[in-house]
Design a protein. Structure first.
Length: 217
C-alpha cells in the first residue's frame, strides 16, 4: 500500500510499480469508474450515491476491491488511495484476512507541507489527453495535444481541488482523517517510510527496497 498526502506522488510511483512488478493496481477512483461503466451490481449501487453527490460507502468500495482481487490474474496487488481513514483500514483488514491476502508493507511517502502546497497549486491537466503539467516542474511547452488533430494545443484546466485556495483545506483533511493511518500501520509493524522530496527515481528505489518480492529484497 502507498500512503501519503495529496501531492506526494503516489499516482506516479504506483503506475511505475504496477508495470515493473505486474501488480494489480487498486486505485479506488479507477475501480469506481470501471464498475459504473460495466454496470455491475456494485457499480450501480455506487452510481446511486455518486449521482446524489454523496460519498460512496466504505462497504461498497471494499466490495469492489474484493471483486477485483477475486477476479484472478496477478496474485500481487498495490493499493493506492484507499484506505483514507482508520475505520476504512479496519474494514480492509477484515476483507484481506478473509481472502488470505494480507498486506506485506505500507510505504508512507513523506513530504513537507510547504513542498506539497508548491506542487499542488501549480498543476494543470489537459481535458483531452489527460496529461499533467506543472508551472515549475514540467511546464507545458505548447506542443500539439496527442488526442487532437495534430495541430490543436492541449486544453489545460486546473482541478478545483488543486487551486491554491483549496490546497490548504485538502491537506487539513488528510492530516485529520488519513495521517492517523501512519501510527495505525506502524503499530502493526507494516509501516515503511520514504523521503518523498527526493527525485522520482530515488523515491522509486526507496519504495522498491521495501517490496518483499522485489530484486532489492
Amino acid at each position: 500500500m502507498l500512503l501519503g498526502p495529496p501531492g506526494a506522488g503516489k499516482g506516479t510511483q504506483a503506475e511505475r510499480l504496477r508495470a515493473e512488478f505486474d501488480l494489480v493496481h487498486l486505485a479506488t477512483g479507477d475501480l469506481l469508474r470501471a464498475a459504473v461503466a460495466a454496470g455491475t451490481d456494485l457499480g450501480r449501487e455506487a452510481k446511486r450515491f455518486m449521482d446524489a453527490g454523496e460519498l460512496v460507502p466504505d462497504a461498497v468500495v471494499v466490495g469492489m476491491i474484493r471483486e477485483r482481487l477475486s477476479a484472478g490474474g496477478s496474485a500481487s496487488f498495490l493499493l493506492d488511495g484507499f484506505p483514507r481513514s482508520v475505520p476504512q483500514a479496519d474494514a480492509l483488514d477484515g476483507m484481506l484476512a478473509e481472502l488470505g491476502m494480507p498486506l506485506d508493507a505500507v510505504v508512507s511517502i513523506a513530504v513537507s507541507r510547504e513542498e506539497l502546497v508548491r506542487r499542488l497549486a501549480g498543476r494543470w491537466i489537459c481535458r483531452r489527453c489527460g496529461r499533467s503539467f506543472h508551472e515549475v516542474f514540467s511546464p507545458y511547452g505548447g506542443e500539439p495535444c496527442p488526442s487532437g488533430d495534430g495541430t490543436e494545443p492541449c486544453d489545460l484546466y486546473q482541478r478545483e481541488d488543486d487551486r491554491p485556495e483549496t490546497v490548504s483545506n485538502r491537506l487539513a483533511v488528510y492530516e485529520e482523517q488519513t495521517a492517523p493511518l501512519i501510527d495505525y500501520y506502524r503499530a502493526r509493524g507494516l509501516l515503511r517510510e520514504v523521503d518523498g522530496e527526493r527525485t522520482p527515481d530515488e523515491v522509486h528505489d526507496g519504495i522498491v527496497a521495501h517490496i518483499p518480492a522485489s530484486p532489492a529484497g
